[in-house]
Design a binder for this molecule. Structure first.
Ligand code: FES
Length: 299
């Protein structure tokens, strides 16, 4: 099916909150204005949510406030009205008993945060493993235009001339200490060297996999998954995504237009090609369920 962009200009969803003279309209606009917003921000332009999983307790997403500013620049540039808001952030390395237990809860938070507020479109700022599927699930359920910006992987670690990855070295170093092959001082030095920059795990674990899946599904700009967190091109990607979401709202290009069965097949193939995490299976199935796509095998 060929996508046909909607007519523009037209009245957007946000006009239900901001576009009138009733008591409710004044209530919605006036309170927003306490943040220093000029009148013309409420003139019917696309209101774009920047849905942020920044949290110091999700260290992989600890740099997302900087990226949110880049997204904001792009939204303003394209004539949109950016509004940033926080959602439940499921940090893989800190949240007990397991971040997976809270993926669906986080997706409900995202869904209701988008549905209940005057948004016309949303930018999903994600990174750590479960943050990407939970925001995709929530946004897909609401089905307003949405685009993913991931935080990108951290730089490779190096310790004593050896490349140190975010995964296997956890086990390797702790076992080495137990075996008396590594001192406490070396251990602390190694753990600092392992995670030496902002970003998500630098291996093809769930975070990098789901960033690739977002891209393969068509929910992120091309090239989004590969750029390291600290690379200036990631800021450019965030900026361009801000511009892009405004056009998506004007076109009324929604997740249900993008997340077709063919898009999921493309993601499955991509996961095979990159050697991605098997966790992609459970996350892709969950996202597909939100847009009513049946991924069962064809006869
Ligand atoms: Fe966050 Fe690995 S712990 S991506």
């Amino acid at each position: 099916m060929v996508f046909k962009p909607a007519h523009w200009p037209r009245k957007l969803r946000s006009a239900e909150w901001f576009g009138g003279t009733s008591r409710d309209h004044i209530y919605h606009r006036s309170w927003m204005k306490n943040q220093g917003l000029p009148d013309d921000m409420f003139d019917g332009r696309p209101v774009i949510g920047i849905c942020n999983t920044w949290s110091q307790l999700t260290p992989c997403n600890g740099h997302l406030r900087d990226l949110a500013e880049r997204v904001r620049h792009g939204i303003y540039e394209a004539g949109g009205f950016p509004v940033e808001f926080p959602v439940f952030s499921t940090g893989e390395s800190t949240l007990r008993p397991t971040a997976m237990m809270f993926r669906n809860l986080a997706s409900m938070d995202v869904e209701e945060a988008i549905r209940g507020t005057p948004l016309d479109g949303v930018v999903l700022l994600v990174g750590c493993d479960k943050t990407t599927p939970s925001l995709l699930m929530g946004a897909a359920s609401v089905d307003l235009p949405a685009i993913v910006v991931t935080g990108g992987p951290m730089l490779n670690g190096w310790f004593q001339g050896e490349r140190v990855g975010s995964g296997t070295h956890l086990w390797k170093f702790s076992e080495a200490v137990k075996a008396g092959e590594m001192t406490q001082e070396e251990f602390l030095e190694a753990e600092a060297a392992m995670s030496r920059s902002p970003g998500s795990c630098n291996t093809m674990g769930t975070a990098s996999t789901m960033a690739s899946m977002a891209e393969a599904l068509g929910m992120a700009l091309s090239g989004n998954a590969a750029i390291p967190a600290v690379d200036s091109r990631r800021r450019v990607m965030a900026h361009l995504s801000g511009r892009r979401i405004v056009q998506m709202v004007k076109d009324d290009l929604k997740p249900s237009d993008i997340l077709t069965r063919q898009a999921f097949e493309n993601a499955v193939r991509t996961n095979g090609a990159i050697g991605g995490s098997t966790n992609a299976v459970i996350h892709l199935l969950a996202i597909a369920g939100r847009v009513g796509v049946d991924l069962s095998l064809e006869d």
